[in-house]
Design a protein around this ligand. Structure first.
Ligand code: SF4
Ligand code: SF4
Length: 459
């Protein structure tokens, strides 16, 4: 066993179990059931016993070793602020609030069932309302409000990717035609009548795929075409609001929700397909909540939709670059937003297992115990590429954390001996691809849409 391996094992042992046992024991109020759902969502931190079980799974803590970085430590800060034991200092508070991927692994293991995601997003809302915002979040917010995307890109360029995609271009033209066709004599809001006239399937692309990952949106459009689906895109699509929700800017996010929700309702589609897990989870959680529990259209991630169509049409799938005898060995990375946020674990695996010429291996941490790729919770957006611009050590440290986390995930994929690491989220793909590239790794990092685009579907 190498020295490095020894160190890793010791680290795992040291962080297992309650590190503060005996110092903080559970009090009666920690253990009683919350009185209302609202109380649970907003004040769940009150029930934290600081048992430390969530330390072991927190990749940020296991990189930074900072007590303020794991869920129990952050809950302690929130409690202390509530009790006014510590003063609210904008500069001090920012790292402990934002150095969290919102990956949700702590929520899975918490023995008292605290919805840490809800608690930490609420904490971010409170903190941002008090003016404590990372510098880059101010710019991100402004770009989304001004341009409907976080990349300072022109809104009018959102569908430029269609130029490189035959299916995308058709989908855009269909959408424009349908919009023009909507009969003015139809009563405004007569959605049922509109449904008779239009295509049933819409593809919500998302900002990152539209502006930064055209290969992914082209692949998704091509796969939908191969499945025989005449889909539309939404020419008036704006940012889904995920980054704003995750970073505590809920009021701004809700403006985008209203726009996109009304746009889709008025288009009359009955199914919306997503290739970005972030957009998919934002629609599944925040949009559905906004619509009172019923959106009036179904939401499907590409992995779910492709599986559904393959089953309905009784199709077979063959990976054209390899054979049954010499399959491509792959491992699947569960994106937090598809897995822990929305519970979609099995459909992607079922789809991958159906492909002739592919063999799937699991990483040790999979499904609800999957490691985050390192890009979640707005961390990549806020700290990913600006370490040089920001002098403060803690924030540089955040970037170091993120790099380490994605390296760990890549190492785990390599341990499976897979040739390709397949994910189903543009953020995971980008973050893991970047580190594979920097490390000259032999493992290929691809999105599932790209893998499917190299397949043929037949009866
Ligand atoms: S959040 Fe849950 S698992 Fe983490 S320290 Fe608190 S009670 Fe324990
Ligand atoms: S959500 Fe993830 S990164 Fe944040 S405290 Fe929990 S385990 Fe750590």
């Amino acid at each position: 066993m190498s020295e490095g391996k020894d160190k890793k094992d010791i680290r795992n042992v040291v962080t297992t179990g309650p590190p503060v046992a005996g110092l903080v024991s559970p009090s009666r109020e920690n253990l009683i059931e919350p009185k209302t759902k609202e109380k649970e969502e907003k004040f769940g931190y009150d029930r934290c016993t600081h048992c430390g079980y969530c330390r072991h799974v927190c990749k940020v803590y296991n990189t930074s070793w900072s007590e303020t970085d794991y869920a129990g430590g952050r809950n302690r800060i929130i409690k202390a602020l509530d009790r006014k034991d510590i003063k609210f200092d904008n500069e001090e508070i920012i790292p402990s609030v934002f150095r969290c991927m919102l990956c949700g692994n702590c929520k899975v293991v918490c023995p008292v069932g605290i919805d840490t995601l809800e608690v930490f997003q609420n904490f971010r809302k409170t903190v941002v309302k008090k003016g404590a915002m990372p510098k880059k979040l101010i710019g991100l917010r402004k770009s989304i409000l001004d341009n409907n995307n976080p990349f300072l890109e022109q809104h009018t360029d959102r569908f430029n990717w269609c130029e490189g995609s035959e299916e995308g271009k058709l989908a855009y033209e269909r959408a424009k035609e349908e919009l023009a066709k909507i009969d003015n004599t139809l009563a405004a809001g007569d959605i049922e009548a509109r449904k008779q006239k239009i295509h049933k399937v819409g593809y919500f692309v998302g900002c990152t795929s539209s502006y930064r990952n055209k290969e992914l949106v082209n692949a998704t459009s091509s796969v939908l075409g191969k499945l025989g689906i005449e889909f539309v895109v939404f020419p008036e699509e704006r940012c889904c609001g995920s980054v704003l929700f995750r970073t505590g800017l809920e009021d701004d996010a809700l403006e985008l929700v209203k726009h996109n929700y009304n746009m889709i309702r008025e288009s009359g589609v009955s199914e919306v397909v997503f290739s970005c897990s972030g957009c998919f989870s934002t629609f599944t959680l925040e949009y559905t909540k906004f619509a009172g529990g019923n959106l009036g259209f179904d939401l499907l991630h590409l992995t779910q939709y492709a599986l559904k169509i393959v089953k309905e049409k009784n199709l077979k799938i063959r990976y054209t670059k390899r054979t049954k005898e010499d399959p491509l060995l792959i491992t699947y990375h569960d994106p937090c937003h598809l897995g822990r946020y929305c519970g979609v674990y099995e459909e992607p695996r079922e789809l991958l297992r159906m492909i002739e010429g592919i063999k799937l291996f699991e990483m040790k941490h999979n499904r609800d115990m999957s490691w985050c790729c390192g890009a979640g919770g707005g961390v990549k957006a806020l700290y990913g590429d600006i370490a040089g611009e920001i002098g403060r050590d803690r924030i540089n440290e955040t970037r170091t954390c993120m790099v380490r986390i994605r390296e760990d995930r890549l190492k785990e994929a390599l341990e499976t001996n897979a040739e390709a690491l397949v994910s189903s989220c543009v953020f995971c793909k980008n973050n893991l691809f970047q580190v594979a590239n920097e490390d000259n790794s032999l493992i290929k990092v691809i999105d599932i849409s790209q893998l499917l685009d190299d397949c043929e579907f037949y009866q």
